[in-house]
Write a protein that binds this ligand. Structure first.
Ligand SMILES: NC(=O)c1ccc[n+]([C@@H]2O[C@H](COP(=O)([O-])OP(=O)(O)OC[C@H]3O[C@@H](n4cnc5c(N)ncnc54)[C@H](OP(=O)(O)O)[C@@H]3O)[C@@H](O)[C@H]2O)c1
Length: 326
């Protein structure tokens, strides 16, 4: 058996390529990939703005779901296990290697499509909201990008934890989806957000902001915070530079933090997988938290799938169907 994969780094050679089947190392598994998730980071990598770590696979793709087809020594998993996983690149392929502690077993009622939509969102949301920003039951969360792959899961996890949620989106349809996912309030980022937050009497009362936007919204985030509020930055859809009046940081005893999942240590990620497995996966198996899937493209059309994400027309996750092609 050989592996098929897509090489987006050289678009002039686009098309499925073949090489040898993969062999797992110690504590690793090979996954026969059913579906892989597309992420913004893939678009940044394609644009040369987010070079992968040197030891990562040159093939794109950070998350997959499928069946374990081979196990290395020390792996806790068995051949035949249904899993989703974070991978160190290499997800845009029919086979991928994952550390066994970076896999989540999927309950029988969770499809591979749902599974492939989960790892990046679950880990990013859990690490930033719960571990860094210390979001607690009864607190108020503001999530930017409420219908993004990340935001749609953030809304649901925060509601599951017992929080009030305010979400932003760019159209009335996407605002309605935020509310369907559980958001108590939805704001349209194409109109001034401060006025909309004032209108629902929540200005200055947000405990935690999950920010993937940055740019000129950074000041709004700080202004929106309550005393002892926290901001977790995970992305910069409006750019990483801004002018900021830091007085609010002092007056509110605010905390700004940020992280990128790919650069966490193995131990940090592994600990996060344990927490997500124990504390979130039961809610996924029960259907309380459900990933939103926008669309599924064949593996060979990975470039079109990325272009669809770049267009901003989507809501939720865009997936690649990686099941063996002919
Ligand atoms: N730090 C980490 O570890 C980490 C991990 C994963 C993802 N991320 C980041 O999280 C973000 C979401 O990733 P994703 O894969 O879920 O991407 P995505 O589905 O394409 O989401 C992008 C989101 O950004 C919103 N947005 C776009 N332009 C905006 C603007 N000018 N003002 C306000 N909002 C705007 C979009 O809102 P509408 O659709 O409503 O227009 C959409 O919800 C990205 O920035 C990504 O880099 C970070």
């Amino acid at each position: 058996m050989s592996r098929q994969y897509i090489d987006i780094e050289s678009p002039q050679h686009l098309g499925l390529k073949k090489d040898c089947s993969l062999n797992p190392g110690a504590d690793e598994v090979v996954i026969a990939v059913a579906y892989a998730g597309i992420n913004r980071a893939d678009l940044l990598q394609r644009a040369g703005l987010y070079p992968p770590p040197e030891d990562a696979s040159p093939i794109m793709g950070l998350e997959v779901a499928g069946v374990v087809s081979a196990v290395g020594p020390g792996s806790q998993l068995r051949i035949g296990d249904r899993v989703c996983a974070l991978v160190h690149g290499g997800g845009y392929a029919t086979e991928a290697i994952a550390r066994s502690d970076f896999c989540l077993k999927l309950a029988d009622n969770i499809s591979f499509e749902q599974g492939a939509a989960l790892p990046e969102a679950l880990l990013t949301v859990w690490y930033n909201l719960v571990e860094r920003a210390q979001l607690k039951s009864g607190e108020r969360l503001l999530v930017h990008g409420g219908v993004s792959g990340i935001g749609s899961v953030a809304i649901q996890i925060a509601k599951y934890l017992g929080c009030e949620v305010v979400a932003t989106a760019g159209s009335s349809e996407k605002m309605a989806l935020c509310q369907k996912l559980g958001a108590d309030h939805a704001l349209n980022y194409k109109s001034p957000l401060a006025e909309q937050l004032e209108a629902v009497s929540l200005m200055g009362s947000v405990d935690v902001v999950l920010d993937m936007v940055g740019g000129d919204l950074a000041q709004f985030n700080l202004d929106a915070l309550a005393i002892d509020g926290r901001i977790a930055c995970i992305g910069f859809m409006r750019g990483s530079q801004c002018q900021l009046d830091l007085i609010q940081l002092l007056m509110k005893r605010a905390t700004m933090t940020g992280s990128t999942l790919r650069r966490l240590t193995v131990t940090e990620k592994s600990n996060c997988f344990v927490a997500v497995n124990e504390q979130v996966m039961p809610a996924i198996a029960a259907g309380t938290i459900q990933p939103v899937i926008d669309s599924i493209f064949p593996l060979k059309d990975a470039l079109a799938a990325q272009d669809h994400m770049a267009s901003g027309a989507h809501a939720g996750k865009i997936l690649l169907d990686c099941q063996l092609q002919g």
